[in-house]
Design a protein. Sequence first.
Length: 491
Amino acid sequence: MHDMKALIVVSCLLVPALFASQPNIVLIMADDLGYGHLGSYGQTKISTPNIDRLAAQGMRFTHAYAGSTVCAPSRSVLLTGLHGGHTSVRGNLGDAHIADADVTLAEVLRRAGYATGAYGKWGLGLEDSPGHPLRQGFDDFLGYLHQVHAHFYYPFWLTFNHGRMNLTRNRNGGRGQYAHDLIVERALDFIRTNREGPFFCYLPVIIPHVELAVPADSLAEYLGKFPEIGGGQEPRIGYIVSPNPRATYAAMVSRLDRDVGRIVALLEDLGIEGETVVIFNSDNGAQSRFDVNEEFFNASGGLRGYKGSMYEGGIRVPQIVTWPGNVRPGTVTDHVTYFPDMMPTFAELAGVQPPRTDGISFVPTIIGEGSQAEHEWLYWELVGDGNKLLRQAARHGRWKFVRASRDAAVEVYDLDTDERETKDLATRHSELVEHFERWVGSNRTQPPEQPARSRVTYEDYVQLSPVDPAALGARRRPPNESGADPQRPLP
């Protein structure tokens, strides 16, 4: 299998380069950032000046979609270039992993001469699986392999390549090392080390996914600005319960914005901003479970639904692309794109042929040259334990199809006239439903078998402290203080 995979990746090199030199690529992907969370997408309460500056200096997409409505399958789609009906990981299944036979963005780019680094939340394979990032084309990794590990901002360890980085200042419940900061620093070091290029820096940060936690220097900007809803929004044992959840959430997004600014400033200081494509987006829609986002922050930008939903608010995401000298500043596009498109886009930028993909390169859109091909169909699905199909969605031109649960009827919406998906037209357009069913039947495969979900608890990643800082929130403790967690953490 390794030989076949190597042959596939090598075959990706057999095309002439489109550009005079291969640009560096920096992909920053937020975790559960909604379509409406940025100032450049209409946000009024949370300050995001650096990301908004990216939008002013580059191109903002208004119809960009994630690979799925939750974390792991969205990342699988992103890195393999295969839509939800073809990719290996199709649900938040904990131990699920991409396959040895999968060809990832990092493998294609590394064979094209790129240095490759990944920093943040992986979610596509544990240490002993073929899905480990260092077995999927990355030279360097710091972050979280397991999704549940990535719920915690003050863990006592992170995965560092094939070992661990022990965060000693977080032992015994300490909050001396905010993991997001360490991850960003490693990414900055990777860029400095590989400044001569080309490099691919993949930064799937964990902000603003719960738990709600941020250092005091960021929180200070928002304390007292919003009416708060109390600290009861987090029911899970071991998770931080913020007494100021709205202020904390806003501060987390602004801290991410600060670090996007630091990355761009470093590119400018190194004199390589004109040689670097920067893409910012999110892995899926905003989380709504804890009454922090929703209407107060207009998290979905007026679209229907949130993370976990196949409506627009669950899968449409902000996406911004900059490349000084190539992407015209201040442009806005309604080109319809989604995560499978990253594979052919990155391959075209690198001057190589992509492997088999469900994507279409959007290079013509960002550089304003050539003819931009369009998708006939876009497709999403979500499976649960045992690979049981939970939800599906597709877009076919103006028509959006949603199967909200396994046994639910297919809904049909006209996005040209009903972007908020308020009027189900399925009964008036039964021929469209039949078209959807036929297309899915011909363009979806059964998902591969995956390992059983292992049981993990907060104790695997964080420790309780005798005294928690009141302003920053206390970790929810077991009723008997024994440390036993009666619940399996949710994805």
